[in-house]
Design a binder for this molecule. Sequence first.
Ligand SMILES: *[C@@H]1O[C@H](CO)[C@@H](O)[C@H](O)[C@H]1NC(C)=O
Ligand SMILES: *[C@@H]1O[C@H](CO)[C@@H](O)[C@H](O)[C@H]1NC(C)=O
Ligand SMILES: *[C@@H]1O[C@H](CO)[C@@H](O)[C@H](O)[C@H]1NC(C)=O
Ligand SMILES: *[C@@H]1O[C@H](CO)[C@@H](O)[C@H](O)[C@H]1NC(C)=O
Ligand SMILES: *[C@@H]1O[C@H](CO)[C@@H](O)[C@H](O)[C@H]1NC(C)=O
Ligand SMILES: *[C@@H]1O[C@H](CO)[C@@H](O)[C@H](O)[C@H]1NC(C)=O
Ligand SMILES: *[C@@H]1O[C@H](CO)[C@@H](O)[C@H](O)[C@H]1NC(C)=O
Ligand SMILES: *[C@@H]1O[C@H](CO)[C@@H](O)[C@H](O)[C@H]1NC(C)=O
Length: 394
Amino acid sequence: MMRLLSFALLAQGIFAQGPPAPPTRPGECATEYLYQPKPYGFFVNNTIYTPIGNESFTYPRHVELQDGTILATGWHRGGRSPGALPIFESKDGGASWKWISQVNDQVNGWGLSAHPALTELTEPLGGFPAGTILASGNSASNNGTRIDLYASTDKARTWKFVSRIAQGGRPNTTNGADPIWEPYLLVYNHSLVAYYSDQRDPKHGQKLAHQVSTDLRTWGPVVNDVAYDLYTARPGMTVVAYIPPIDQWILVYERPIGNSSSYGVNYPVYYVMAKSPVDFRLSEGLPIVINNKTAPNASPYVVWSSVGGPNGTIVVSDADNNVVYTNRAGGDVSKWELHDTPAGATYSRSIHILSKHPDSLLLFGGETFDNMGLGLLTPFTATVVSLTDILENW
Ligand SMILES: *[C@@H]1O[C@H](CO)[C@@H](O)[C@H](O)[C@H]1NC(C)=O
Ligand SMILES: *[C@@H]1O[C@H](CO)[C@@H](O)[C@H](O)[C@H]1NC(C)=O
Ligand SMILES: *[C@@H]1O[C@H](CO)[C@@H](O)[C@H](O)[C@H]1NC(C)=O
Ligand SMILES: *[C@@H]1O[C@H](CO)[C@@H](O)[C@H](O)[C@H]1NC(C)=O
Ligand SMILES: *[C@@H]1O[C@H](CO)[C@@H](O)[C@H](O)[C@H]1NC(C)=O
Ligand SMILES: *[C@@H]1O[C@H](CO)[C@@H](O)[C@H](O)[C@H]1NC(C)=O
Ligand SMILES: *[C@@H]1O[C@H](CO)[C@@H](O)[C@H](O)[C@H]1NC(C)=O
Ligand SMILES: *[C@@H]1O[C@H](CO)[C@@H](O)[C@H](O)[C@H]1NC(C)=O
């Protein structure tokens, strides 16, 4: 019941700047009314790609280029063999999409399909001009896991292998095995920072670490970001954002500990804040808990918007819920809020604030973790909602 009411409210919000919302009939989702993508408008579940056969599309990732173009990719499970990262392009705020290329494994013969990451060089680096697009992912086989870096100097039409950032053992999430996972790329301080989850350190079942390169070819030492004394803690899945009003960086991660549950979830979402995105190890991780009761679960993503007050709004997404978790108090641990959205739950759901439209919250949709490989053919989608409406009405 709450949900139906909520959708009706959202419909009003969405069409505040467009046609009036048709009445929502009880017992029916309002999708048909909301699904009406207009350039830089608000819309729900706009299909980017529909899986076929055995495919599942999950773990979306994206980058907004300096000219406003959005590139999106994801883990296209059961797609091409060997696996590759499909690249989709939108030049109108997510309203229309074109499949323009794919990033193929050019060096391992293992494919490149898991754990994608995208970013754009905002300045020249290592002989690559500003505007170069960088892609990474986990090239995995029974022989190992490799986080490789690829570059495109023609707006994501073609891709070239640049360097291997790091490698680990074969995929195996048991503590004691030594693979690496889940890269995240950030251009910072005239260098590229590559974050990832790391099981190679015998002191930690898994930890979060990064390496820095100033030429995109050679990589500095492994520096910890989040590592717990408790061996069985497995912090995972780094995503980083900058919060301008307080000049701080935030890193969100999941923090499972064996089989134990916290506020009813097994992969509670934590965050750590720091003055520098290469110094997270100096700060303490804090859990996101709302009203001392509800906690997000697994594979978080974080963005910041200038909307919502003097500190703007930190927006966090998780793996298992439609909702977003927001903080308008500069990350104060007691000030997290929960707000529903019309987008579906998605494993490692990436979200985005359009750079020239800070009220536009883009949520990518795809398959959930539990439903991967079940043939549900859940489409890869883009939803754009008004962050103001989400904060006020939900
Ligand atoms: C789906 O996957 C199964 C098992 O991996 C395989 O046997 C089957 O051929 C696949 N079907 C299609 C249509 O790809
Ligand atoms: C794994 O390594 C073995 C031994 O070097 C090799 O024979 C095999 O082809 C490799 N498999 C893959 C998928 O790379
Ligand atoms: C996974 O890693 C654990 C711990 O090292 C090891 O005991 C197990 O044999 C590994 N499993 C596979 C399938 O390699
Ligand atoms: C930027 O990197 C240089 C080394 O390349 C380092 O000396 C400096 O402290 C870094 N600055 C920041 C703000 O991280
Ligand atoms: C959780 O793990 C602990 C330690 O390994 C074990 O003692 C306990 O029985 C496990 N609980 C469940 C519900 O599996
Ligand atoms: C949260 O709940 C715990 C256990 O019920 C209680 O000890 C704690 O004081 C509560 N914290 C807040 C901020 O309400
Ligand atoms: C903004 O964030 C700062 C730093 O966390 C905090 O001290 C301040 O109270 C926040 N302002 C508001 C309005 O929440
Ligand atoms: C959008 O799609 C998701 C499936 O990914 C579904 O759970 C959700 O209900 C849809 N939203 C609406 C408003 O139909």
